[in-house]
Design a protein around this ligand. Structure first.
Ligand code: CA
Length: 655
């Protein structure tokens, strides 16, 4: 009898242990764990009463064992409240605080622990990562490769998607892809798999929930927004993408052909070892996405900043005048232009090594310094992974040459590098990114990457990191008219998606009518000058390579130039107000000096009338209103709101 009792209680224990729930501090988000009949760990996520992620598998297939099925939930640690705060002067907000419940559960095969999953759940975000044990407790295996991951996000039927298709490996210009530069799709149906290769992070979904019909009222629907991303990706793992089958979005590793085919698709890890964190941001509006700190809450600085890095505004001749402008005289003209604007930097783009040369570059940097302008220099990242002919080439991909080059850069007084064409998400590439940033820090250099991956927590992990492109950026406005025709679309999505998870080197805010030196020919802007000012606020990165040109001092409105002379690039706070990707956006940022900037853009074909809450200003306060084709001064009303009509392809700024 006693034996039987033991057996029954043991069974009950097993049954109850296979289910587990982790809740957010406010109890609104719940991660519900189970193990299915095949022994595959599963999770779902509820938000209030709504299932926002349906039952989805977890698991890892590794070279030391297939841990995707035949598992039990062996034990669950205590759920504990984790609180933290940190500064992020190079990020979208100077100081973040967070509070989340964390719990670690252990999955096992038989008596042997296979992996832990740690869940971190705050009031708008769920994050989780795996920790692989030494294989089945075999003490002789201290490393493995993770061949694939079962992690899936199963979306409810009817969910709409806002996704950026993954680019093919070794495609694009001179084998430089993938580089996160395709067009977003807006409100698209599920089921497609991008261009056959899935989608890049971050990924946004809109779920429609029927609310119970109020008496005598028609049933209402409520949007629930879900953003997927990952963070903490460094040289210890690869970056991932999402592949889609029906309504299931699963983690996939890079493609074999990336990075010139060199380096494995599967990451290798030490044992015990961790995967990056997969993150899920949830809300009834896009505010939790725009304002999320989940990318940085879960990572730590990988090294100390070698100095107090400075940020600011930068001129950049290439965007308007292209390769031909990379010569001594025109760069000197742009240095004078930066000085005239009171801006901090100039970015000297590709081909300076041959068109200007190292010796004359030293003179140019010295001249810039005499004008209080810091110099960023462009570099090709290659290497064996692209055929882009622009130089300098072969200077950064190997350690010995890199140290020689960086020693020269430091001696010359260069402040930062823009490193282009690093198209791969393999672990080998992540190691290169990390090594470049760590070495650059030793020489006091800030780093911008272009034609590259998405930064995944890098603003906090690498203190000299400034930004990645990882977006269909302003160069495409120079290259083709179509991108101009749909320019405003991008401004409505980036602040709540791409730019919400990491600094974005877009390089925009052109005041030229045409993308050419004489401002008479070439692809032309369909957006207004106020739009250019609005995106200077909406698009965030601490060193902004703006597309202004010297001719704008005489051919652009004085009010626009005056605004750009004073525009900030570092921020104390952020306040998402309203929007819908593909239609419009209104949000506010508070500059480090305390001044608030409200910025909006309308991508609709028709003018849009919006009422904007102005709680960041006091009633009766005098503010500047940039709208239509000029600036006026207005007084904040008692109700602290303002109603404005934003033109199609236009913007609004209140500061
Ligand atoms: Ca690019």
């Amino acid at each position: 009898m006693r034996k039987l009792l033991f057996a029954v209680s043991g069974l009950l224990l097993t049954l109850s242990m296979n289910a587990q729930t982790i809740s957010s501090p406010d109890g609104n988000i719940k991660v519900n764990l189970s193990v299915n009949s095949e022994g595959t760990p599963c999770y779902n996520i509820t938000y209030g009463d709504v299932v926002v992620i349906q039952d989805s598998p977890l698991g890892l297939a590794t070279t030391v064992g297939d841990f995707t099925k035949g598992l039990t939930l062996k034990s669950a640690g205590e759920s504990k409240l984790v609180e933290g705060s940190y500064d992020l002067t190079n990020g979208k907000k100077a100081h973040f605080t967070f509070a989340a419940n964390e719990q670690t559960v252990t999955y096992a095969r038989g008596n042997n622990a296979a992996f832990d999953v740690t869940f971190h759940v705050d009031n708008n975000n769920v994050a989780f990562r795996y920790m692989m044990y030494k294989a089945g407790n075999r003490q002789d295996r201290l490393s493995c490769m993770v061949n694939s991951e079962s992690t899936t996000f199963t979306m409810p039927q009817g969910t709409k998607t806002f996704l950026c298709p993954q680019m093919g490996p070794q495609g694009g210009f001179a084998r430089t892809a993938p580089s996160y530069e395709t067009y977003y799709e807006y409100d698209a149906e599920m089921g497609k798999n991008g261009q056959g290769r899935g989608y890049t992070f971050p990924a946004l979904f809109r779920e429609e929930v029927q609310l119970p019909a109020a008496k005598k009222k028609a049933p209402q629907t409520q949007n629930i927004w879900v953003m997927l991303c990952e963070t903490g990706v460094d040289g210890t793992y690869c970056a991932s993408r999402l592949v889609c089958k029906n309504n299931q979005y699963s983690i996939a590793y890079p493609e074999d052909a990336e990075f010139g085919g060199v380096g494995t698709s599967a990451p290798g890890i030490m044992l015990p070892g961790y995967t990056p964190w997969r993150t899920i941001t949830i809300g009834t509006s896009l505010k939790p996405m725009a304002e999320t700190s989940i990318m940085w809450d879960l990572v730590k600085p990988r090294y100390e900043a070698s100095q107090n890095y400075k940020y600011g505004r930068s001129v950049w001749s290439w965007i308007i005048r292209m390769d031909a402008s990379c010569n001594y005289d025109e760069q000197k003209e742009y240095i004078d232009f930066a000085a005239n604007l009171g801006w901090e930097y100039i970015l000297i783009d590709a081909l300076w090594d041959t068109n200007i040369g190292y010796e004359r570059m030293e003179e140019l940097v010295k001249y810039a310094r005499s004008k209080n302008v810091g110099v960023y220099l462009w570099y090709n990242s290659n290497g064996y992974w692209n055929d882009a002919p622009q130089g300098p080439r072969g200077k950064l991909h190997l350690m010995i040459e890199r140290h020689k080059e960086m020693a020269w850069l430091k001696k010359a007084g260069v402040k930062g590098l823009k490193i282009d064409f690093v198209g791969s998400d393999k672990q080998q590439t992540m190691q290169l990114y990390e090594e470049i940033m760590a070495d650059a820090n030793d020489y006091g250099l800030e780093i911008i990457f272009h034609g590259c991956t998405l930064p995944r927590g890098w603003e906090r992990m690498y203190p000299n990191f400034v930004a990645c492109e990882a977006v269909r950026a302003s160069e495409n406005l120079s290259f083709g008219q179509h991108d101009n025709d749909i320019e405003a679309l991008a401004a409505t999505i980036h602040p709540v998606l791409r730019n919400a998870v990491g600094n974005m080197d877009f390089g925009g805010s052109a005041l030229n009518k045409y993308y050419s030196k004489n401002n008479q020919r070439g692809n032309h802007r369909v957006t207004s000058d106020v739009y250019a000012l609005a995106t200077a606020i909406l698009f965030q990165t601490p060193v902004q390579n703006f597309a202004l040109a010297p001719n704008n001092l005489t051919d652009a409105p004085a009010w626009a130039i005056d605004f750009m002379k004073a525009v900030p690039t570092t921020w104390k706070d952020i306040n998402y107000i309203d929007g819908y990707p593909g239609k419009f956006i209104v949000m506010a940022r508070q500059a480090t000096n305390g001044n608030w900037y409200v910025a909006g853009v309308n991508a609709n074909k028709e003018p849009l009338t919006v009422t904007i809450p102005l709680k960041m200003f006091s009633a009766g306060q005098s503010v500047k209103l940039y709208l239509n084709n000029g600036v006026t001064t207005t007084t904040v009303s008692k109700k602290q709101t303002i109603t404005v009509t934003i033109p199609s392809n236009g913007g609004v700024v209140i500061c």
